[in-house]
Design a protein around this ligand. Structure first.
Ligand code: IMP
Ligand code: MG
Length: 175
Protein backbone atom coordinates (compact mmCIF):
# COMPACT_ATOMS: atom_id res chain seq x y z
CA UNK A 1 0.00 0.00 0.00
CA UNK A 2 1.36 3.44 -0.86
CA UNK A 3 1.82 6.13 1.75
CA UNK A 4 -1.01 8.63 2.23
CA UNK A 5 -0.48 11.84 0.29
CA UNK A 6 0.98 14.72 2.30
CA UNK A 7 -1.56 17.28 3.43
CA UNK A 8 0.58 19.04 6.06
CA UNK A 9 4.33 18.46 6.08
CA UNK A 10 6.52 17.77 9.09
CA UNK A 11 8.12 21.23 8.72
CA UNK A 12 4.72 22.96 8.56
CA UNK A 13 3.56 21.12 11.68
CA UNK A 14 6.72 22.07 13.56
CA UNK A 15 6.39 25.77 12.68
CA UNK A 16 2.73 25.84 13.72
CA UNK A 17 3.32 23.97 16.99
CA UNK A 18 6.09 26.48 17.82
CA UNK A 19 3.65 29.35 17.19
CA UNK A 20 0.90 27.77 19.30
CA UNK A 21 3.34 27.09 22.16
CA UNK A 22 4.57 30.68 22.06
CA UNK A 23 1.01 32.05 22.17
CA UNK A 24 -0.06 29.72 24.99
CA UNK A 25 3.09 30.56 26.98
CA UNK A 26 2.30 34.26 26.61
CA UNK A 27 -1.39 33.90 27.53
CA UNK A 28 -0.70 31.83 30.64
CA UNK A 29 2.41 33.65 31.86
CA UNK A 30 2.11 34.38 35.60
CA UNK A 31 -1.06 32.30 35.94
CA UNK A 32 0.58 29.44 37.80
CA UNK A 33 0.70 25.86 36.63
CA UNK A 34 -1.26 24.99 33.48
CA UNK A 35 -2.87 21.56 33.39
CA UNK A 36 -2.66 20.10 29.88
CA UNK A 37 -5.31 17.43 29.37
CA UNK A 38 -4.45 15.29 26.36
CA UNK A 39 -7.29 13.33 24.77
CA UNK A 40 -6.07 9.80 24.04
CA UNK A 41 -4.98 8.36 21.85
CA UNK A 42 -4.78 10.81 18.96
CA UNK A 43 -3.28 13.78 20.80
CA UNK A 44 -0.24 12.05 22.28
CA UNK A 45 2.34 13.22 19.72
CA UNK A 46 0.96 16.75 19.44
CA UNK A 47 0.84 17.00 23.24
CA UNK A 48 4.42 15.73 23.54
CA UNK A 49 5.73 18.35 21.11
CA UNK A 50 3.54 21.21 22.34
CA UNK A 51 4.26 20.65 26.03
CA UNK A 52 8.02 20.58 25.47
CA UNK A 53 7.92 23.95 23.75
CA UNK A 54 6.01 25.80 26.48
CA UNK A 55 7.96 28.17 28.67
CA UNK A 56 5.47 28.09 31.58
CA UNK A 57 5.00 25.58 34.44
CA UNK A 58 2.76 22.72 33.26
CA UNK A 59 1.36 19.44 34.41
CA UNK A 60 0.31 16.64 32.04
CA UNK A 61 -2.89 14.64 32.39
CA UNK A 62 -4.67 12.31 30.01
CA UNK A 63 -8.31 11.51 29.43
CA UNK A 64 -9.85 8.93 27.10
CA UNK A 65 -13.29 8.92 25.56
CA UNK A 66 -15.14 6.73 23.15
CA UNK A 67 -17.90 7.64 20.73
CA UNK A 68 -20.89 5.39 20.47
CA UNK A 69 -21.17 3.93 17.00
CA UNK A 70 -24.06 2.42 15.07
CA UNK A 71 -22.19 0.50 12.41
CA UNK A 72 -19.86 3.09 10.98
CA UNK A 73 -22.14 6.00 11.86
CA UNK A 74 -21.27 7.88 15.03
CA UNK A 75 -24.31 8.84 17.08
CA UNK A 76 -22.71 11.85 18.75
CA UNK A 77 -22.95 10.38 22.24
CA UNK A 78 -19.62 10.32 24.04
CA UNK A 79 -18.54 8.17 26.98
CA UNK A 80 -15.61 8.73 29.36
CA UNK A 81 -13.35 5.66 29.48
CA UNK A 82 -10.39 7.10 31.42
CA UNK A 83 -10.35 10.13 33.70
CA UNK A 84 -7.61 12.53 34.84
CA UNK A 85 -5.63 11.39 37.90
CA UNK A 86 -5.53 14.68 39.80
CA UNK A 87 -8.24 17.15 40.75
CA UNK A 88 -8.51 20.16 38.45
CA UNK A 89 -10.38 22.29 40.98
CA UNK A 90 -9.03 25.85 40.93
CA UNK A 91 -6.62 25.02 38.08
CA UNK A 92 -6.23 26.49 34.62
CA UNK A 93 -6.98 23.65 32.19
CA UNK A 94 -6.13 23.36 28.51
CA UNK A 95 -7.72 20.43 26.66
CA UNK A 96 -5.41 19.23 23.89
CA UNK A 97 -7.07 17.42 20.96
CA UNK A 98 -5.75 16.03 17.71
CA UNK A 99 -8.80 16.96 15.66
CA UNK A 100 -12.26 18.44 16.02
CA UNK A 101 -14.62 16.81 13.55
CA UNK A 102 -18.33 17.03 14.49
CA UNK A 103 -17.43 18.73 17.79
CA UNK A 104 -19.29 16.24 20.01
CA UNK A 105 -16.17 14.99 21.81
CA UNK A 106 -14.83 18.41 22.73
CA UNK A 107 -18.30 19.67 23.68
CA UNK A 108 -18.71 16.77 26.09
CA UNK A 109 -15.23 17.27 27.58
CA UNK A 110 -15.61 21.02 28.10
CA UNK A 111 -18.94 20.54 29.91
CA UNK A 112 -17.56 17.77 32.08
CA UNK A 113 -14.35 19.59 33.03
CA UNK A 114 -16.14 22.92 33.68
CA UNK A 115 -18.46 21.18 36.17
CA UNK A 116 -15.46 20.43 38.38
CA UNK A 117 -14.66 23.99 39.44
CA UNK A 118 -11.47 24.74 37.50
CA UNK A 119 -10.14 28.33 37.28
CA UNK A 120 -10.62 28.10 33.48
CA UNK A 121 -11.04 25.60 30.64
CA UNK A 122 -9.73 26.38 27.18
CA UNK A 123 -9.18 24.19 24.14
CA UNK A 124 -6.35 23.55 21.73
CA UNK A 125 -6.65 21.35 18.67
CA UNK A 126 -4.16 20.67 15.92
CA UNK A 127 -6.83 20.20 13.24
CA UNK A 128 -10.42 21.27 12.62
CA UNK A 129 -12.80 20.01 9.92
CA UNK A 130 -14.97 23.12 9.97
CA UNK A 131 -17.53 21.92 7.42
CA UNK A 132 -18.48 18.87 9.50
CA UNK A 133 -19.51 20.80 12.60
CA UNK A 134 -22.63 19.43 14.29
CA UNK A 135 -22.17 21.15 17.62
CA UNK A 136 -20.35 24.45 18.02
CA UNK A 137 -17.39 24.40 20.35
CA UNK A 138 -14.99 27.14 21.24
CA UNK A 139 -11.51 26.44 19.90
CA UNK A 140 -9.06 28.80 21.58
CA UNK A 141 -5.90 27.54 19.88
CA UNK A 142 -6.09 26.02 16.40
CA UNK A 143 -3.32 24.54 14.29
CA UNK A 144 -4.92 24.06 10.87
CA UNK A 145 -8.35 24.03 9.26
CA UNK A 146 -8.79 21.11 6.84
CA UNK A 147 -11.42 19.75 4.47
CA UNK A 148 -13.60 16.69 4.84
CA UNK A 149 -10.97 14.07 4.11
CA UNK A 150 -9.87 11.40 6.62
CA UNK A 151 -6.41 12.24 7.90
CA UNK A 152 -3.70 10.13 9.52
CA UNK A 153 -0.26 10.60 11.03
CA UNK A 154 1.20 12.70 13.86
CA UNK A 155 -0.97 10.69 16.29
CA UNK A 156 -4.06 10.27 14.13
CA UNK A 157 -4.98 6.84 12.84
CA UNK A 158 -7.18 4.95 10.47
CA UNK A 159 -8.13 1.77 12.31
CA UNK A 160 -4.85 2.05 14.31
CA UNK A 161 -2.78 2.40 11.15
CA UNK A 162 -0.44 5.27 10.23
CA UNK A 163 -0.46 6.87 13.70
CA UNK A 164 3.29 7.37 13.70
CA UNK A 165 3.71 8.95 10.27
CA UNK A 166 5.73 12.16 10.83
CA UNK A 167 3.37 14.24 8.65
CA UNK A 168 -0.41 14.61 8.27
CA UNK A 169 -1.59 12.56 5.33
CA UNK A 170 -5.00 12.39 3.68
CA UNK A 171 -6.50 9.04 2.81
CA UNK A 172 -9.72 9.64 0.90
CA UNK A 173 -12.82 11.81 0.99
CA UNK A 174 -15.01 11.01 3.99
CA UNK A 175 -18.48 9.36 3.77
P1 IMP B 1 -15.81 14.54 16.94
O1 IMP B 1 -16.38 14.16 18.27
O2 IMP B 1 -16.70 14.20 15.79
O3 IMP B 1 -15.34 15.99 16.89
O4 IMP B 1 -14.58 13.60 16.67
C1 IMP B 1 -13.44 13.72 17.31
C2 IMP B 1 -12.61 12.46 17.24
O5 IMP B 1 -12.84 11.64 16.06
C3 IMP B 1 -11.18 12.89 17.12
O6 IMP B 1 -10.64 13.17 18.39
C4 IMP B 1 -10.54 11.71 16.44
O7 IMP B 1 -10.18 10.76 17.41
C5 IMP B 1 -11.60 11.16 15.54
N1 IMP B 1 -11.42 11.64 14.15
C6 IMP B 1 -12.22 12.46 13.45
N2 IMP B 1 -11.78 12.68 12.21
C7 IMP B 1 -10.62 12.00 12.11
C8 IMP B 1 -9.65 11.84 11.04
O8 IMP B 1 -9.76 12.38 9.93
N3 IMP B 1 -8.59 11.04 11.31
C9 IMP B 1 -8.42 10.44 12.53
N4 IMP B 1 -9.28 10.57 13.54
C10 IMP B 1 -10.38 11.34 13.34
MG1 MG C 1 -9.08 12.85 19.46
Amino acid sequence: MSNPKTLISEAEIKTRVDELAAQISLDYADKGELVLVGVLKGSFIFLADLSRRLSIPRHIEFIAVSSYEHGSVRSGAVRLVMDVRRSIEGKHVLVVEDIVDTGHTLHYLIDMLRSRGPASVRTCTLLHKEHRTEVDVEIDYLGFTIGDEWVVGYGLDYDEKDRTLPYIGAIEPQD
